[in-house]
Design a binder for this molecule. Structure first.
Ligand code: PLP
Length: 389
């Protein structure tokens, strides 16, 4: 049988490898000059003032919630169609979570549903402190509409842009925080740019940047401008908050910095693959990803939806047929609140009907920049056969 084609995978060049080796031969494996250089590269590429690099997007989401003051008694709302980390971050802070259903075309948090839910919460005095819209598959949420709804009620916004580095919204790069307080990127190997493990929180607010900088490293500072006591000597540092060790190493940052030079190449390649799929599936009984006119997706994922009636077989059967043909299909995501841990918190099926309908039909198919034309043809042929029965 032909080799397995994964749904996503990293692209590593000799230049990436050399950049990592340079750090291994240098004085600093961590807390050296490469982390700030990587932060600067990401910040300038997406047009944000500050980038705080950490060891995962999960950590970035956590310190972002902390910086916005999320704590016990607060509530945080996110999308049900996301990786569990988007809502776990709020739980780490002792807050409650809730979910806003998705738009049935984009699969992103629906601004209309958000506005209605916020109005109801305002009437009951149960407004969330923060909302975390997620740019699923790399397509930006309709951030202007989300921002309008949230800011009417003084609700802060963290964009989970884990899928979306290199994408844009209303002609501007995702991550510039024009419609949010903080935006978070992930550098896990299946994402668009990788550091192995890693993440970054972007913000234009220097106070939030300073707080996240403290929270990623034990809440400890040596910065003379921040010290609360008189500096007794060069050994001195102060722990001012309860922080964590969420730092990114220079080894990881070197890989990320090297990868950033190919960001536009990655995005171009992903867009080309998406348009080949779009054309190939035009005559298949599958729904291709609808694109919001204001969003230019980074195409982390390409998700098709299969109508069981039309295809004449079950979602599960199509999924199994593809896996058996060596096509690494996947499903992003199980609605978070259906996870056992969340059911234990009291969530029940039926909460977000669009997200559940999506879950019963969606299939993520292979999408990565090093995918060859041959591999893509194999994917298309296998899908053609699977949905034709
Ligand atoms: C991957 C991902 C995360 C978590 O990223 P890590 O870097 O693995 O912690 C969070 N949210 C979304 C939407 C993701 O896809």
């Amino acid at each position: 049988m032909a080799a397995f084609i994964p749904y996503g995978r990293q692209s590593i060049t000799e230049a990436d490898i050399a950049a990592v080796i340079d750090v291994l031969n240098s004085d600093f494996l961590t807390q050296g000059p490469v982390v700030p250089a990587f932060e600067e590269a990401v910040a300038s590429s997406c047009g944000a003032k500050h980038g705080i690099a950490v060891n995962s997007a999960t950590s970035a989401l956590h310190i972002a919630c902390m910086a916005l003051g999320v704590g016990p008694g607060d509530s945080v709302w996110t999308s049900p169609l996301t990786f569990v980390a988007s809502s776990n971050a709020a739980l780490y802070c002792g807050a409650d979570v809730d979910f806003v259903d998705v738009d049935e075309r984009t699969y992103n948090m629906c601004p209309t549903k958000l506005a209605e839910k916020l109005d109801e919460a305002a009437a009951k005095g149960t407004l969330p402190k923060v909302i975390i819209p997620v740019h699923l598959t790399g397509q930006s949420c309709d951030m202007a509409a989300i921002y309008a709804a949230a800011s009417r009620h003084g609700v802060r916004i963290i964009e989970d842009a884990s899928h979306a580095i290199g994408g844009s919204y209303a002609g501007e790069p995702v991550g510039n925080c024009r419609f949010s307080d903080i935006a978070v990127f992930s550098f896990h190997p299946v994402k668009i740019v990788t550091t192995g493990e890693g993440g970054m929180a972007m913000t234009n607010d220097s106070k939030l940047a300073e707080l996240m900088n403290l929270y990623r490293s034990h809440g400890v500072t040596r910065d003379a401008d921040l010290l609360q006591s008189e500096d007794p000597g060069p050994w001195y540092y102060e722990q001012q908050h309860l922080g964590y060790n969420y730092r990114m190493t220079d080894i990881n940052a070197a890989l990320g910095l090297s990868q950033m030079s190919r960001l536009s190449e990655f995005i171009e390649r992903r867009r080309a693959i998406a348009s080949v799929y779009d054309r190939a599936f035009a005559d298949f009984p599958v729904k291709t990803p609808w694109q919001h006119p204001d969003a230019d997706s980074a195409w982390h994922l390409y998700v098709i939806r299969v109508d069981e009636q039309q295809a004449g077989q079950s979602h599960r059967a199509i999924f199994d047929t593809l896996r058996n043909a060596g096509i690494g299909v996947n499903l992003h995501y199980i609605p978070v609140y259906l996870q056992p841990y969340y059911r234990e918190l009291g969530f029940k099926p039926g909460l977000c009907s669009n997200a559940e309908a999506y879950y019963s039909e969606a299939i993520s198919i292979p999408m990565f920049p090093t995918m060859t034309a041959e591999q893509q043809e194999r994917v298309i042929d296998a899908i053609g056969e699977a949905v034709a029965g």
